[in-house]
Design a protein around this ligand. Structure first.
Ligand SMILES: *Cc1c(COP(=O)(O)O)cnc(C)c1O
Length: 462
């Protein structure tokens, strides 16, 4: 081998053949479990990588080594995905972790509708065609007092459809301070362009008045658009026209006012010590023609884009070809229906995980952080800190919490390595790093999992 290592040509000759690797006992189980051609492809891939490495003077792996690596990779790939994780970041609507966890009833509704057939688009009474939107629209009418409603795949899609159906080929007037990027490359000007509408920006980044909208209205205007600032704040010398004032301009000219609300809080955030978030009810009352919001932000349900408002406009959305491309599936609709029922029953604050996490008391968080720290031992301590709503909801608002601080001094690689161990452990735990320290926020950890969390953290600390 030493001769091979010095001599790339000899290294390449020493590379095991595909058949030799396939004959290794380490691959026997994989060959029984997975399709043979997929295993062969995986072996070829690994050998190709090894060949490149050997040509560059790298060492040559044994056929057993390749077989083991391939078996491990196939095993990893065949595992269930997405992997459930414990969110210890304290960010309640963590987009990378799937935003709002569903309530128990909503999860059960998903499972029940997934297992078999359902009356998604059938009226069981008549046996005729039903609407997949009707049941949810009914709840939205009750809860929000909206004339009509429709559910799409997500709020970005709902916006795209709304703009296309209402204002394609015409101008849409937006405040310059709101023609922003909402996150993940989702930019209002780009969505407008895709919808076929033309963006007309008015006002300045920090100050926009009702008369700015008024002056921008022409015979070409298809809609006025107000976008809730979900993920940034404008502070200092600012002015924003009130929704009611913009609605008055829209009404005077007989053009629709579209309001992208983002979060869709149906409960009053101010009751939890947060800034008051405009509710869809308030937006409609102020004169919005259509209100757009997400299902998986403060509503606490599945990913969805909900549009409520004027029946004539909702009908236009429903009849547009994009509605089909953006429609929500039965799993989403089942989860959303169950989520909305919690509001109808007046039990949302207790039944929905998002609102339970927002509302958990300081005393409870302190008790849980203390108990966690004592379970973990002397490398854990407790300190006051803050949790965030996340997911583009109330960006400046924080909730007081108690954090468990982990001492990573004895972990080679420090805080980064400790968080990697936590993420790759069993169960995976996502923690926060601040000033080189690893922090766990009990707010976003389901209380029933504290003991399990403590065990996994102790293991990661080594
Ligand atoms: C989050 C957000 C969106 C995008 O909603 P998705 O449901 O994630 O597609 C659009 N507009 C605003 C104001 C938002 O906050």
């Amino acid at each position: 081998m030493s001769q091979a290592a010095d001599n790339p040509a000899a290294s390449l000759r020493a590379l095991p053949s595909v058949d030799r690797v396939l004959a290794e006992p380490a691959l026997a189980a994989a060959l029984e479990r997975y399709r043979r051609d997929l295993v062969v492809d995986a072996v070829r891939d690994d050998l190709a990588t090894a060949r490149e490495a050997a040509a560059g003077g790298g060492s040559v792996p044994s056929s057993d080594g390749v077989a083991r690596a391939v078996a491990a990779r196939l095993e990893e790939r065949a595992g269930a995905w997405p992997t459930p994780v414990i969110n210890a970041t304290g960010v309640i609507l963590h987009t990378n972790l799937g935003r709002a966890p569903l309530s128990e009833a909503a999860s059960r509704a998903v499972a029940a509708s997934a297992e078999g057939y359902a009356d998604l688009e059938m009226d069981l009474e008549s046996g005729g065609r039903g609407s997949r939107h009707a049941a949810i629209a009914d709840l939205l009418r009750q809860l929000i007092g909206a004339e009509a409603g429709i559910t799409l795949n997500n709020n970005a899609g709902a916006m795209l459809l709304g703009l296309a159906a209402v204002a394609s080929g015409r101008e849409v007037v937006v405040s310059r301070g709101e023609a922003s990027e909402i996150g993940g490359g989702f930019r209002i000007p780009d969505v407008l362009a895709q919808s076929g509408a033309r963006l007309v920006e008015v006002g300045t980044v920090n100050r926009t008045y009702a008369h700015d909208y008024e002056r921008a209205v022409t015979p070409e205007t298809g809609a006025l658009l107000v976008v809730h600032r979900s993920n940034f704040q404008v502070v200092g010398f600012t002015h924003e026209a009130g929704l009611g004032e913009v609605a008055a301009v829209a009404r005077t000219h007989g053009i629709p006012l579209l309001h992208d609300l983002g979060s869709g809080a149906l409960l009053d955030t101010a009751a939890y010590g947060l800034t008051h978030e405009t509710t869809p009810q308030e937006s409609l009352a102020a004169g919005a023609s259509l209100v757009f919001f997400s299902g998986d932000k403060l509503l606490g349900g599945p990913q969805a884009g909900i549009v409520v408002g004027s029946a004539a406009l909702v009908d236009r959305l429903a009849a547009h070809p994009l509605a089909r491309a953006l429609r929500a599936d039965k799993l989403t609709l089942a989860a959303l229906h169950a989520t909305l029922l919690h509001y109808v029953r007046g039990e949302a604050a207790e039944a929905l995980p998002v609102w339970r996490m927002i509302g958990v008391s300081a005393d409870e968080l302190a008790a849980r952080a203390g108990a966690l720290a004592s379970l973990i031992g002397k490398r854990a301590s407790v300190q006051p800190g803050t949790s965030a709503l996340g997911g583009g909801s109330l960006p400046g608002d924080e909730l007081e919490t108690r954090l468990v601080v982990l001492d990573a001094k004895d972990v080679p690689g420090g805080a980064e390595e400790l968080t990697r161990r936590l993420r790759t452990g069993e169960p995976p735990i996502v923690a926060r790093i601040e000033d080189g320290r690893v922090l766990l926020d009990p707010r976003t950890v389901p209380p029933g999992r504290d003991a399990e969390l403590a065990v996994a953290v102790s293991r990661a600390l080594g």
